[in-house]
Write a new protein. Structure first.
Length: 282
């Protein structure tokens, strides 16, 4: 078992007093049999009332409501987790899904339909041609091997770039530019997996990577549903299956659905944002 300490500090500064609207906070890691939260604290200035709930994906969401005008919003979270995912390859896939191609069966196929939705026809055509670089129709291959091949191919052929702009690039844009952020690579991986008929979803969270400073501590990757094994993460930014250094906070069918903090303000002011994230072993 590994213990990690995560500090996530967000500062919004406004040029004049504003009234803050409701803010949705996705900062609490996803607890399951592999990850347990030891302690979690959340500091917000100005004072806010918090309402917690789990959304349709099981993410822990805090809704912060404010009553006082302010020229600064401070949101600081600190969490210590216990991570048990030290053997990420220790899983069993159902016999019928061991080799690709395969089709989801029964209830799984119904429940996963939203996660299999194809991109628009142009994007589908571009991605299918791109897939031919590492897999040919008619080739039988182990499902895990194919997924790992996609992650490795993105890692080896595209260049990682820190991108401060909000949002996610389209798959076509990432392939055209040959560069992208972790969230862009995760989205490209998702689209490729869906073009292959498999279910995928977007994951936002943190990465403990002390020797890879350009990746940073906030991170994004993708998960694929493997019958018998469940949702398994693949990280195309580093070309590997997700392991103990990955700490998931939120998952979603679409990448734009899970920003760590989302909210609004009213007033004639200009805002600026400063974010700091630190992930360390403890």
């Amino acid at each position: 078992m590994l213990r990690y300490k995560i500090m996530h500090r967000t500062y919004y500064n406004y040029s004049a007093n504003v009234m803050l609207g409701s803010h949705n906070l996705l900062l609490r890691p996803r607890e399951d049999y592999e990850l347990r939260i030891e302690t979690f604290s959340l500091k917000i200035i100005p004072d806010a009332t918090l309402l917690w709930h789990r959304d349709v994906e099981g993410n822990s969401v805090a809704i912060a409501n404010f009553t006082l005008p302010t020229n600064q919003l401070v949101i600081e979270s600190e969490v210590i987790i216990q991570q048990y995912n030290e053997s990420p390859l220790n899983f069993m896939v159902s016999d019928y899904a061991l080799r690709y191609p395969f089709s989801y069966q029964g209830e799984d196929n119904i429940l996963l339909s939203a996660y299999k939705a194809l991109p628009d026809p142009m994007t589908t055509d571009v991605i299918n041609k791109w897939i031919n670089n590492f897999w040919q129709v008619g080739e039988t291959i182990q499902t895990y091997t194919l997924l790992q091949r996609i992650a490795e191919y993105i890692h080896k052929t595209l260049t990682y770039r820190v991108r401060e702009e909000p949002g996610v690039q389209s798959a076509i844009e990432t392939l055209r530019c040959g560069t992208g952020s972790c969230r862009d690579f995760a989205f490209l991986f998702m689209q490729a997996v869906r073009c292959l008929g498999l279910a995928s979803r977007f994951v936002s969270g943190y990465l403990y990577a002390p020797l890879i400073a350009e990746i940073g501590s906030t991170h994004a990757w993708a998960e694929v549903y493997l019958p018998g094994a469940g949702w398994k993460g693949f990280d195309p930014t580093i070309g590997k299956i997700v392991g103990s250094d990955h700490i998931a906070v939120a998952v979603a069918r679409l990448p734009e659905s899970v920003p760590p903090i989302a909210g609004s303000f009213a007033g004639a002011a200009v805002s600026s944002l400063t974010v700091g994230v630190w992930v360390s072993l403890c």
